[in-house]
Design a protein around this ligand. Sequence first.
Ligand code: ATR
Length: 305
Amino acid sequence: MKTIYTLSDLRDWKKRTRDVTPSIRLGVLGDPVTHSLSPEMQNAALQECDIAQQYAPFQIAPDELETAIRLLGELDFAGLNLTVPHKIAALAFVDEVEERARKIGAINTIVFREGKSLGWNTDGPGFERAIREEFSVDLRDLRILLLGAGGGAGRALAYQCARENCERLVLVNRTFEKAQVLARELAAYFSGPRVLGPEARLEAIRWEESALRTQLGRTDLVINATSLGLAPLDPSPLPHALIAPHHMIYDLICRKAPTRLLAAAAESGARGANGLAMLLHQGALAFELWFDRPAPLAAMRAALG
Ligand code: ATR
């Protein structure tokens, strides 16, 4: 079983990891973090490249995040990943933020360099590669409905869809106001002439069955960027009856067993894929930021099974 570290371990790090070789210099911070497959994937990459370092999971609560990032920097870590629910909050706790990540308002990667912490976001480009790999389509050709648009991952994906000039983007979030704010931020990307019909190319809608039903009739790709599905008993974010055979369903959740959403997609005859390909590509891009060399994609993919 993999060891999961905590803030209390970080406060006494040298002593508690005295016997760990190679030393732990990278990690993922989450709450929960047990589900994360990043340690397996990144450790395979480190081995493949003969880098004598390890990558570990850290269970860090939201009120511990600032201290954890500071301590990890002081402990001479090379870098970090951030997962639920830290991607937005972490932005405030790094010294510098790359321009795209600053716009998105969320980071999933930290690079520690020359005494500074630098925040990046590789979720968007990782997602774009994953969609191409899973469904052999490009974002620019799609009408997309994004569930969880107000979260850290959701915001990164929405910016990527906008930059790629997708046909339509419908933003859905439990807290509706966050979807509205994001729609205002993205409006300029959708002012161009690529209009399929009279409907708006960019909309924020309430998380209500009737509104979803109307939109799903003219949607190609449905993305789940909420944390619903992380726990095996979580309900599906979409009622089964709303999924149609023409849909592509991309669930960012990375559990090996199908989530309820993906099971419903399969029953409805829709194509579906879990978040493994996005995990792979966002992780490969993070590896390249930490080590300034190409990531060993095949070894990382193999580690994800
Ligand atoms: P991350 O940074 O990893 O994306 P996050 O910022 O906590 O994590 O975002 C979680 C997303 O899942 C948010 O969109 C959240 O909706 P709210 O903005 O309303 O909080 C969404 N979410 C979490 N639990 C949910 C639930 N039970 N039903 C619907 N959406 C949920």
